[in-house]
Design a protein around this ligand. Sequence first.
Ligand code: PAF
Length: 289
Amino acid sequence: MQIHRTTKPLVESIEKIKKEDKSIGFVPTMGCLHEGHLSLIRKACKDTDWVVASIFVNPIQFGPKEDFKKYPRDFKRDIELCRINGVDGVFMPQTKSIYEKGFSSFVNVENITDRLCGESRPGHFRGVTTVVTKLFNIVQPDIAYFGQKDAQQAIVIKKMVEELSMPVKIEVAPIVREKDGLAMSSRNAYLTKNERKKALTLYRSLQMAKTLFKKGERDSRAIIHAMRQLIHAEPGIKIEYISIVDTQELSFVRRISGEVLVAVAVWIGKTRLIDNAILETRKVRKERG
Ligand code: PAF
């Protein structure tokens, strides 16, 4: 497995791979790899000939009061996990080689980045789309892999790729959960034992949304109300938002039909957690005759 800390040798390897007519899969990460990331890596290894994983804690997607400094980092372990899971090239650039002195070019997807997480994290998605664009330009992947856990991020990136005609296919893989349902996240490492227990409420609230939906509830406000009540019953959780939105523009959907995203963000102590689920009304086929 190749490990590159600067751009030039990686680009040289990529050029060689491209000349051999091999396809390139790309899994961008901020490290502290867990099963969620590994599922993306494994999928990339199945689908493509040469897999690159990047490990880069991107400073420009964190707000000034956010957790950039304390974001969990374990590069040695990450490298080993990449190796075991079949990555061909790890890209671990230093900040100064991604954002050279005087860096002033940014990529921004408007409107949908102001909603949900974008409301409380201004500039976050601009940081994500900028770094992802830069990484795409370096790695030139045929397919890039993202997790459904960061549903809004995946939607924003898909929109960016489509609108800016970027020559890459975006694959979004399902959320990977712990046995008890907690969605895997690098930020779970911040939780105390007690907070970890509380965090399960997030999953339970989404399960409740699914149950209500299965029973025929189509009024978003009723589902959100029930979710709120369930979360409020657990002391020590602050709801940032619970939203039911369409999966293209992320606009609030009052009456559910087709496919919607139920997205939740909460604070448990100093840790911000997000989770989501898709609800979909069955397409009713018109019977002939
Ligand atoms: O999802 C992440 O880990 C990050 O937002 C990404 C896509 C690697 C960009 O820094």
